[in-house]
Structures are given as structure tokens and as C-alpha cells.
Design a protein. Structure first.
Lengths: 721, 172
């Protein structure tokens, strides 16, 4: 169980020198601003907006994996009472091309993957739309498809860059020579499956046209960015488009870019001249809302007899679609994690007849660190060195890749504090020797990391004539606690109490701000909010003697330049995760009896919501280790377990003692809050810590996720029983 | 095929609703699309996630798996009906206090499920982890709560807060 009193477990964060004059709202475990709306059911999510005369749309997915539509007969569907329209490529209005080919919905008869939306039904009621959807008769000319990722696929190529803009390959020194010179070396291949984000709220849009003005209530991670793309698709002046998203039921990356339903809802509303709602169904989410690519990763590590790395090589094979290239940056974290004179990384992709992979919580770091941190554990065992000690010995002084110094690097502190809290000292490294009844017990550790990004944003702060302040920023609160954190940040910058500040977000009518992604939300939005609030405070005090003028007073800020001007440095968050597992000798079942993470993530803005985010990431990492896998059927080119009965995410009973802690970390090189992002680092390293613990428990090294019962069924206690 | 419409009357959050429903309409869609009660959420529409959980005659049920037409005369309580006016239901308050949610999308289902789980334990209903099947009432320890709340998925991973919140009410 997590400690019930949040304050008990964690030392309070210190205040860095760069902090604004504080009233002390930052660092307080303030309850979520919108908590009441969320527990009473008053919070409205996208699909729950109900304009007058709203019509219901449902999308029709392709039933082949590659080919073209040869015929479509909508007559039977149109006969269903209440059906207003059936749209497909021959009848849908033309759209403007945009970079993401997935948004060119109903624009051609080509089918690029099974499940791609090929038609849309609009009706008076959801029931009529669903019935009609089944009656749309589609003839296909199927072509041979190829949907299975293999490391020897002839179509593998090196992309120009990997997400978002890193070089695809790097090489320093001579890896082969470093491996030859090594006293111990490992050369292993690790595999992670396709994983689906599966936010609880399916992607949904309600679209409403008023003349040429378009309003969409949409479930996304950034209303301004979605508006920009939507305006482009319809060839509209962005000023005529508004995207509103006050409450979003999770995203985990899958709502970071517009999905087909946003465009389809607007398209349908245009055609039927009525507002239209459209939700992607849970099952359709496997095809059209993104996922994490499966990966095949070869790791080669060499070390001298003291465990100092002589070579690190990380070579990745992964997939993209034929619609759009998405290259996950799987090996990028390896470039800066550990010191070694000889290092190389590479990524190769193959464009398959599959849905387009996309961002899922910690793209790159999450699958990449499973492989690296498993390999480091294997190396430590081969070298006979404690895995924490091995990591400490390979701590780099500067970022080995860029040569920049680290703004702060808390890895060793996290490992040490975690070891203390977890009770690592005196651990017997021998695998397969601890038994509790019919279960084998083991412990494991792995490192976490995530980069610290920040993007330019705009914000306003307004002193209201009736008292109090309003702060506006086109941010998103997808469950992260952004609304609450920004309230605290604004309160401190204004020198006001949190009750005096109202933050508006989730609306493209607010100042332009980047999406909630890359764990950069608080840093990006917060920088602009602090700037606006300080400017307002200055004007209020300087020009108005602290008295709010009768019309109120507003200050606007843009942080673009501040972000561009920041000194080049290696800015990353680090962490250490510890797992204890119990593996049942009879069933092969793994229970994670304890999971403990310690993170170096700068200053914590809100300990309550921060802890929830870190624990939430670790929980998803536990699911990745033991449960989650989208299973591709190469015959049909489809994920066969495409629902929540077939794709298991961690449920309440899977989560036992789970704890997230953080170290005091003052980093003046980040942003006015001194904070690092916390949305993603929690999922990085979890799966490796669990796999390492499973090895310690059983002596079985599982290099392909998820860890299955049958991987461990042949585990034996050391005494042979 | 013309939709078949049937007149039904049921009580939702203490108020009588009388309306003609399409016989294909689920209880969940009745609440969300026809009665403007969007509290119950649609996470899967397949009985696999629990976000649509409501109380039907006092017992928890997945509203996505129930047909509205089959609920003539039923008493339905949704998350909107838990609070007594301005005052939150004690479990709602515990959810706030323990940060038992992030995005909040699973929360209405968790709350209805939690209210029912508390009542089930008080009535002595055993779960898969109950040691004494014959006991009059079941003490809700963490293992019991986790088991009984596992029909409600929270992708944000707010489980520790949910367990703490239900435990707080179980201890009252
Ligand atoms: S929506 Fe009913 S169980 Fe998921
Ligand atoms: S709070 Fe987001 S799914 Fe539970």
C-alpha cells in the first residue's frame, strides 16, 4: 500500500535560488482544483457535450489489411430509419493534404491497414447509426499484405531521424575493439511487443458548424495544436476554428496529435448541416489512435574486470506504417546513460501494412531502457558486481554524447536512497535460492531517465476588478494535475493565495501553448504563466499602486525567446526503481509484492499529484512487464486481442505495495519553477526492474515482454523441488 | 427496420423518468444521451472496464451491458445521485482526500462500485480472497478492497488512492 499520508514518506523539496518570490503555494499538496467536478460527475468530457439537434456518427473500419475498395453499396444502410448520410471516398468532401496521412480520411479508396476508417454513417440516433454501419456493403480488391516485424526483413531501412529529430545512428570510438578488449561482455536481443495506450476515455469529438465557423469539443492533449491542424485540413483561417477540451480522460501520448475522428466529425457535421458526435470505439482504438511499435533490440556491452564499460552498442529494429513514418527513438537514452569510450546506436525501420505507431508514454526511453537496464543487470551478474555498484562505476561526468554538462544528475542519489528505503543492503545475488512456501522470491533494480524538454508558450494574467486573478494558457489537463500545478505556480508568481487564482485551460481560444507531451507541459506552460504573472504584478504595483483599475488589468507573455535563449546543457531527470517479485512454482505466476521508485525530478510543484503521476507510470510499467501485449495475427494483419478483455492492463488487485519518492534536487538551469517533467519517467525502467527481479527469483532471464507464465513454469527451486 | 419504441418508467437518482426508449438502447446510453446524466462513463461498451458502473436497485451493474427497456420500474443511482445536495458522499470526499483519480474518467464507476462494495462486505458477501465464507460481515482489508474493486480499470493507476479511500469508509 502506498503511504496513506502523502507527507509522511518524502522529504520536502527545497526552494532553488531561481524561484519567484514565493507565497509558498509551490510544494504544497493541494487537492485537484477540479476534484469536486470529477467525483460528482459534473466534469464534462468531449462526447458529453450535447448541442441541439446533434446527430450521431459511427465509423466503418476496413476488413482487409491492404488493397483498395472496389465497390461500396450504401443503399441498405440509407434505408435504416433515421440515417442521414453515408460517406466514403467517392462521396466525402475533399480535404486539404496535411503532413499526417492518417488525417486524409475518406479521401481515397486505398486501404493501408486493417481497421482503417473507410466509411462513416450519420444518423439521428446512435442505435440507427450502429445498425446502418453493419449494412454498408464494401467490396475490396485485396492485395498481399505484410504486417509482421522481423529482424531480417528485407525492407528494413535507416530513417533520416528518429522521433522527434534525433539522428538515427551514432558512433563514437570503436565498439568492436572495445568489446574485444572487455573482460566480460554480453550480446543479447530483447523484444518488446506492440503496446496500446488505452486511455480510459476513447477518442471523441462533437463538431458544430456555424456558417464557416467550426467548434469542436474534443478529447486531446492540446487544443491549440489540434485547432491548427483542423484549420489546415479544412482550409480555414484558424481564427474560425475553436477546439475545446476542458476535461480529458487520459491520453498517454495517443491524444497528442489529432486522430481521424476529429476530422470525420467535422466533415460529417458539414455534410448533414447539424452538429455531429463521433467516438472511436474501444476496439477501433487498436487501429486508429496510435500505439507503441514492437521493438527488437540487440544490446552489446563490454566491461573490464572492475565493471567499467568499454563498449555499449544498442541496435534497434522497429516498425512504421505505409501511411506515415514514425520512428521511435528507442536507443536514444542509451547515448547518455553511461560512460564508455566506445559507443554506437542505430535504428532501422520497416514500413508494414499496419496502423501507424505513435507516441505512447515515454516513447523511446520506455522500451529502450527495458533492454539497456536488463543488459546492465546481465553484465553485473557476469562481472560478479552488485548492479547498483556497477551503475555507480559507470556514471559519466558529462553527457557522453553531446559533451554538455548535466544541469543535474540524480541517478546515484536515487539508487542510494532507493537501496536504503527498499532494504537492498546484504542482498544475496544468487538466483533461485529464496523460497516462501510455493513461491520463489527475488529483487531487482533498474535505472529510469527522461529528458527535460521545454517549449515556447503564451499566457495571460488578468487582475479582476472584483478581486482575484485569472490566468489563461492553452494548456491541457489530461489527468496530470496541470490545472492545479499552474494555479500554484501562478499564485506564487503573483504573490497571491491559490484561492485568488483561477486558471483557464483546455481551449484553443486561450493563448497558444504546446501540447501536453514529452513531460514538458508544466515546464513550458509554467514558464509563460510565471512571465505573465510577474509582468502583471509589476504593472499593478508600479503603475497602479497595487490597486486594480475598474476594468481590470491584463498582462500577456510569450516565452518563445526565453526558451530559445537557454544555455545548451544536458537536462534529464533520473530515477531508480526497485522490485520484489514472488513467482509461483506451480503456476508460473509472478506477483510484484513491492515496487519502489526514487526520482530526481527537480522541484516538486505538488507532491500529491506528482506522487499519483509517478505511481501511475510505475503501474503502467508493471503492466508492460507482466500483462500488456497486442498480439498480431499475420494472416489477417490485425491485433487479435483488441479489447480490454484480451489486452490486460494492471487492475487494482495487481498493485500491492507501490511507492514513489523523490530526492531533494535543486536545479537552477531548468525553468522558473526548478521542476522537471514527471509524467513519463515513472514508466521507464519498471519493466527491467521486474524482469531483473524475476531472474533473481528464478534464475530465468526473460528477454521478451511480457513475462509469461510459460516462461517461468519450469522454474525450479535451487533444492530441485 | 423501424425502431421499436417502448414506454418505460424508472427512478433515476430519486426522480421518476418516463419516456419511450428504442429497445436497442443500453441503460448507459439512456442515461448519457437521453437523460443528460453523463456521469456514468463509456470506456469500452463491452462490460470490460467498469467505467459505466451504476447502482441498479442498490446493486452495482455495468450499464453498458444492460438494456434500458429491461429496467421498467428499476431504481437507478448514478454518480450524480451519490451526494446529498452540496454535501459530498463520504466516499466522494475520501476520493478527493486520497487523490484517488487523475483524469477522472473511471471515477464515477469507481465510486458507484466502491459504495456497493462497502455494502456487500457489510452484508457478509464473500469475495475470492475471503478466508471465512460463513462470516456475517467481511472486514475490508486492503486485499479485499483490491479484489472487490478490480472490475473497475483505472489506466491512470490511481489504485492506491482508491484502496485508501474505500478503506477509510470501511473503517467508519
Ligand atoms: S463501459 Fe461498461 S464496462 Fe466498460
Ligand atoms: S483516473 Fe484516469 S482512468 Fe482512473
Amino acid at each position: 500500500m502506498m503511504a496513506a499520508t502523502p507527507a509522511a514518506a518524502t522529504p520536502a523539496a527545497a526552494t532553488p535560488a531561481a524561484a519567484p518570490p514565493a507565497t509558498g503555494a509551490i510544494g504544497v499538496p493541494l487537492a485537484r482544483i477540479e476534484a469536486r467536478e470529477k467525483v460528482t460527475g459534473a466534469a464534462r468530457y468531449a462526447y458529453e457535450h450535447q448541442p441541439d439537434e446533434v446527430a450521431y456518427a459511427t465509423a466503418v473500419p476496413a476488413t482487409i489489411a491492404r488493397g483498395r475498395i472496389s465497390a461500396l453499396d450504401a443503399a441498405a444502410a440509407m434505408e435504416v430509419p433515421g440515417v442521414l448520410a453515408v460517406l466514403w471516398h467517392a462521396t466525402a468532401p475533399r480535404l486539404q493534404p496535411v503532413a499526417d496521412g492518417e488525417l486524409a480520411v475518406l479521401q481515397s479508396g486505398r486501404v493501408a491497414y486493417r481497421g482503417q476508417f473507410v466509411a462513416l454513417v450519420v444518423a439521428e440516433t446512435l442505435e440507427a447509426a450502429r445498425e446502418a454501419e453493419r449494412l454498408v456493403a464494401i467490396g475490396y480488391e485485396p492485395e498481399e499484405h505484410d504486417s509482421l516485424l522481423r529482424e531480417d526483413h528485407p525492407g528494413l531501412y535507416a530513417p533520416e531521424t528518429v522521433n522527434p529529430s534525433f539522428p538515427a545512428a551514432t558512433s563514437d570510438g570503436d565498439v568492436e575493439a572495445g568489446l574485444r578488449a572487455a573482460a566480460v561482455a554480453i550480446d543479447k536481443t530483447y523484444r518488446t511487443p506492440a503496446l496500446h495506450n488505452n486511455a480510459m476515455e476513447p477518442h471523441a469529438t462533437v463538431a458544430l458548424w456555424d456558417g464557416d465557423d467550426l467548434t469542436c469539443w474534443d478529447s486531446n492533449q492540446g487544443a491549440p495544436a489540434h485547432r491548427a491542424t483542423l484549420a489546415q485540413v479544412f482550409g480555414l483561417d484558424p481564427a474560425r476554428v475553436r477546439v475545446i477540451s476542458p476535461h480529458v480522460g487520459g491520453g498517454f501520448g495517443s491524444k497528442g496529435s489529432p486522430r481521424p475522428q476529429l476530422v470525420l466529425a467535422a466533415l460529417a457535421a458539414r455534410v448533414v448541416a447539424r452538429p455531429v458526435k463521433l467516438a472511436v470505439t474501444r476496439r477501433q482504438m487498436w487501429a486508429v489512435t496510435g500505439y507503441r511499435t514492437p521493438t527488437i533490440q540487440r544490446l552489446r556491452l563490454g566491461a573490464d574486470a572492475e565493471g567499467r564499460l568499454t563498449a555499449i552498442a544498442h541496435d534497434v529494429v522497429e516498425q512504421t506504417s505505409t501511411v506515415r513514418e514514425f520512428a521511435e527513438q528507442t536507443a536514444v537514452a542509451t547515448r547518455m546513460m553511461y560512460a564508455a569510450p566506445n559507443r554506437s546506436t542505430s535504428h532501422r525501420l520497416v514500413a508494414l501494412d499496419v496502423p501507424t505507431p505513435s507516441w505512447m508514454r515515454a516513447p523511446g526511453e520506455c522500451p529502450g531502457m527495458f533492454a539497456l537496464e536488463s543488459a546492465v543487470d546481465e553484465l553485473a551478474i557476469a562481472a560478479g558486481i552488485d548492479p547498483i555498484e556497477l551503475r555507480v562505476r559507470n556514471e559519466p561526468e558529462v553527457d557522453p554524447h553531446s559533451g554538455h554538462r548535466f544541469s543535474s544528475r540524480g541517478l546515484i542519489a536515487c539508487l542510494r536512497e532507493g537501496a536504503e528505503r527498499f532494504g537492498w543492503a546484504g542482498r544475496d545475488p544468487a538466483p533461485g535460492v529464496r523460497r516462501e512456501g510455493c513461491r520463489l522470491v527475488g529483487t531487482g533494480v533498474a535505472a529510469s531517465t527522461y529528458p527535460v524538454y521545454r517549449r515556447g508558450a503564451q499566457a495571460f494574467a488578468r487582475a479582476e476588478p472584483g478581486g482575484g486573478f485569472t490566468v489563461g494558457v492553452g494548456a491541457a489537463d489530461i489527468g496530470t494535475g496541470a490545472r492545479t500545478a499552474l494555479t500554484q505556480i501562478a499564485a506564487d508568481a503573483l504573490g497571491a493565495g491559490v484561492d485568488e487564482v483561477r486558471v483557464e485551460l483546455g481551449d484553443s481560444a486561450l493563448p497558444r501553448a504546446p501540447v501536453a507531451g514529452g513531460s514538458a507541459g508544466t515546464a513550458s506552460w509554467g514558464t509563460a504563466v510565471v512571465k505573465a504573472c510577474r509582468a502583471l504584478r509589476e504593472r499593478l504595483d508600479g503603475e497602479h499602486g497595487g490597486v486594480v483599475p475598474p476594468d481590470g488589468l491584463r498582462a500577456d507573455a510569450d516565452s518563445e525567446q526565453d526558451v530559445a535563449d537557454q544555455e545548451p546543457m544536458a537536462r534529464h531527470a533520473f530515477g531508480a526503481q526497485f522490485a520484489e517479485v514472488k513467482v509461483d512454482l506451480d503456476t508460473g505466476e509472478t506477483e510484484v509484492s513491492r515496487l519502489l521508485g526514487v526520482f530526481g525530478v527537480g522541484r516538486i510543484v505538488n507532491p500529491r499529484t506528482a506522487r499519483s503521476q509517478l505511481v501511475g507510470g510505475m503501474t503502467m510499467g508493471m503492466g508492460m512487464a507482466l500483462l500488456e501485449e497486442s498480439v498480431l495475427d499475420p494472416q489477417f494483419g490485425d491485433y487479435v486481442n483488441h479489447d480490454l478483455a484480451g489486452y490486460h492492463v494492471a487492475c487494482n488487485a495487481d498493485v500491492r505495495d507501490i511507492q514513489a519518492h523523490w530526492i531533494d534536487e535543486e536545479d537552477p538551469h531548468l525553468n522558473p519553477m526548478g521542476s522537471k517533467g514527471i509524467g513519463e519517467i515513472g514508466i521507464v525502467g519498471t519493466a527491467a526492474a521486474i524482469a531483473n527481479a524475476v531472474h533473481h527469483a528464478t534464475g530465468i532471464r526473460v528477454r521478451e515482454l511480457p513475462i509469461r507464465l510459460d516462461d517461468l513454469l519450469w522454474a525450479e527451486a535451487a533444492d530441485g523441488s | 427496420m423501424q425502431p421499436v419504441m417502448t414506454e418505460i418508467a424508472l427512478t433515476v437518482n430519486g426522480r421518476e423518468a418516463r419516456l419511450a426508449v428504442d429497445t436497442r438502447t443500453s441503460l448507459l446510453d439512456l442515461l448519457r444521451e437521453h437523460l443528460d446524466l453523463a456521469g456514468a462513463k463509456k470506456g469500452c461498451d463491452h462490460g470490460q472496464c467498469g467505467s459505466c458502473t451504476v447502482l441498479v436497485d442498490g446493486r452495482r451493474a455495468n450499464a453498458c451491458l444492460a438494456l434500458a427497456v429491461a429496467h421498467q420500474g428499476a431504481e437507478i443511482t448514478t454518480v450524480e445521485g451519490l451526494a446529498g445536495g452540496e454535501e459530498l458522499h463520504p466516499l466522494q470526499q475520501s476520493f478527493v482526500d486520497h487523490d484517488a483519480f487523475q483524469c477522472g474518467y473511471c471515477t464515477p464507476g469507481q465510486l458507484c462500485s466502491g459504495v456497493a462494495a462497502l455494502a456487500e462486505a457489510r452484508a457478509g458477501w464473500p469475495s475470492a480472497v475471503t478466508a471465512d465464507l460463513a462470516a456475517d460481515a467481511v472486514a475490508l482489508d486492503a486485499a479485499e478492497i483490491r479484489e472487490r474493486m478490480s472490475g473497475n480499470i483505472c489506466r491512470c493507476g490511481a489504485y492506491p488512492g482508491i484502496v485508501a479511500a474505500v478503506a477509510e469508509q470501511a473503517a467508519r
